[in-house]
Design a protein around this ligand. Structure first.
Ligand code: A2P
Length: 222
């Protein structure tokens, strides 16, 4: 492979610092541990898993993968559309290697993924690619109605055989429902926040106190 084709990373993003990674993982584990014991969750279990199981252990169901991060631009070593343009953006060059505070405002679970929603601030949005929400074929409502940055998330785990990019689609799907005026069925006030159900096995926990996560803007070559 010629060098110019490998000079772009697999992806750019914010990488959580080690201490806060542990905290986010623990919070997510606590949430999963509580969620699968709730009567409401058990009631909707058929939406969650196709198999005729009576119970599911969510901590086993999702596989964790790698260092926790919030992808900004997936470049695929330069093969992804707009990769070079993104890498050349002045903000990307200028802020590469800088520290940020990400605000994690919600946790969500679907039959495919578990993730954290990241609410980006104005300066963080300067690093957000304009086309991130243009996934019309996957989530039709996302491109037209959702503001830039809606897809920002941290993948915390994927069900077997599910690719991490699914986490962003799952989040967009929930946000599109909210945008259409579906508030979700308020299920329970938990210690961490309020839990709502959006049908088809989709759960959203809006955190009472957003988690502030220190992260470094960088890239991964993989
Ligand atoms: P995510 O950001 O949702 O976690 P992989 O391991 O599949 O190569 O992916 C590496 C990272 O890039 C993951 O964090 C993944 O998802 C993200 N990613 C993979 N493919 C895409 C894509 N087509 N668009 C946006 N992000 C992607």
């Amino acid at each position: 492979v010629p060098l110019e084709e490998t000079s772009l990373p697999l992806f750019f993003g914010w990488f959580l610092l080690p201490g806060i990674q542990d905290k986010v993982r623990c919070t997510s584990m606590d949430f999963l541990k509580t969620l699968d014991t709730l009567e409401a969750f058990k009631k909707h279990l058929p939406d969650f898993t196709v198999e005729a199981e009576k119970e599911v252990d969510l901590e086993q169901y999702f596989q964790a993968n790698g260092v926790l991060h919030c992808t900004t631009k997936f470049c695929d070593y330069g093969k992804a559309e707009g990769a070079k343009e993104y890498a050349d953006k002045p903000a990307v060059k200028e802020l590469y290697g800088s520290a940020f505070e990400l605000s994690l405002s919600a946790l969500f679970v679907t039959p495919r993924t578990v993730g954290a929603r990241v609410s980006l601030s104005g300066d963080q949005l300067t690093l957000w690619p304009a086309d991130a929400e243009e996934v019309v074929s996957v989530v039709p409502a996302a491109a037209t109605t959702l503001p830039a940055g809606s897809r920002a998330h941290i993948t915390l785990g994927c069900a077997e055989g599910v690719e991490p990019q699914q986490t962003g689609f799952d989040l967009l799907e929930i946000l599109a429902l909210q945008q259409e005026g579906q508030e979700g069925e308020l299920v329970e006030e938990m210690e961490l926040g309020s839990l709502a159900y959006y049908g088809k096995g989709r759960w959203l926990l809006s955190l009472r106190e957003p988690i502030s996560a220190q992260a470094c803007f960088s890239s991964l070559y993989g």
